[in-house]
Design a protein around this ligand. Structure first.
Ligand code: UDP
Ligand code: MG
Length: 321
């Protein structure tokens, strides 16, 4: 009878061949010192470099490290989801593979967990290593998110956290396709706590979150947690109708009083038409964002597909949806 796993670490990996060995070194040192058996689930998110063969070597050297390989690149959030679906531990930690989240912080997370918290966020104390653009875009994003979506996740928390098994089981019930995992965890509730740390620079390689992907994640976050943009369409429509009513009234008064000023020529018309045309398209676009997400849901495709599992035993809690 194998001893029950106490800690699971879930680490998504996408083209991280330069970081993996160092990651192994630091993570294995940390899990050696934890107070119970641990497993590490490396999720290969369709890497094109040598990441997966390296994960195989790590698994052969140290069977506490398991590897899942997804059938293609499904994106960070899906890779995390896959790993979380396979995790067996009592407490589950998610972190990045590039060593920006120092594995040693896990001790602090565990301490807070043992104090009775069920969801412990690791929150960046500083963002000195990020580019100015990333720093300010992140600040703006969290600000908008709080306003629009009332997500209570602490500002500056990335996907580095510890969750209790209870929270994990609840999380597994949320199978939405466009996922913003930070928001989902915060939506779950439970007893939450924070731990502060300094985010390090990427150990090697470059960010896998270029501007467009970041924008997309931001959209997912806002659209899947808030219907305020939809309601704004109504307000904008009403406002435009009200303004044109005022303008119409003014024209009637001017005509009645025979003021010549009401004929302002074709330029006004052209500008108004362009403005209203643009506004319509924008508002239809907002509708489209919601509609396309509804479409994603009704198609009911699985969230990710696993092509290979490197593990000494079949992992429990296996799901493919
Ligand atoms: N990642 C992934 N799939 C992707 C992009 C990224 O699994 O499509 C992983 C990546 O290997 C890393 C983590 O997600 O472990 C965070 O990515 P990154 O460090 O590039 O993001 P940043 O820290 O720059 O926000
Ligand atoms: Mg990173």
């Amino acid at each position: 009878m194998p001893t029950a796993i106490r800690y699971s670490l879930v680490i998504p990996v996408y083209n991280e061949e330069e970081s993996l060995n160092k990651l192994y070194e630091r993570v294995s040192k940390v899990i050696d010192q934890l107070d119970g058996p641990a497993e590490v689930i490396l999720v290969d998110d369709g890497s094109r470099d040598r990441s997966f063969p390296m994960m195989r070597a790590i698994h052969e050297r140290d069977p506490r490290f398991h590897a899942l390989s997804l059938s293609r690149n499904f994106g960070h959030q899906m890779a995390l989801t896959a790993g979380l679906d396979y995790a067996r531990g009592e407490a589950i930690v998610t972190m990045d593979a590039d060593l920006q989240d120092p594995p040693e912080v896990i001790f602090d997370l565990v301490k807070k967990w043992q104090e009775g918290n069920e969801l412990v966020y690791a929150v960046r104390r500083s963002r000195d290593v990020d580019t100015i653009f990333k720093k300010y875009s992140a600040i703006a994003f969290y600000h908008i998110l709080r306003k629009l979506a009332s997500i209570e996740a602490p500002v500056n928390s990335a996907d580095f956290r510890l969750v209790d098994r209870k929270v994990l089981l609840s999380f597994r019930k949320l199978r939405e396709k466009n996922r913003y995992i930070r928001g989902l965890f915060s939506w779950l509730g439970y007893r939450q706590a924070e731990v502060y740390y300094d985010r390090e620079a990427r150990f090697a390689g470059e960010t896998k979150y270029p501007f467009l992907k970041m924008l997309n994640l931001a959209f997912d976050a806002i659209v899947s947690f808030s219907s305020i943009p939809l309601k704004l369409c109504v307000s904008v429509g009403l406002a435009v109708a009200f303004i044109s009513f005022l303008y119409g009234t003014w024209i009637i008064i001017a005509k009645t009083l025979s003021l010549e000023t009401y004929i302002s020529g074709w330029a006004t018309l052209a500008v108004l038409m362009c403005f209203l045309g643009g506004l319509h398209m924008f508002l239809i676009g907002v509708l489209g964002e919601y509609l396309s997400r509804v479409y994603d849901e009704v198609r009911g495709r699985p969230l990710y597909l696993v092509s290979q599992i490197l593990s000494d035993r079949a992992l429990s809690n296996e799901r493919t949806t």
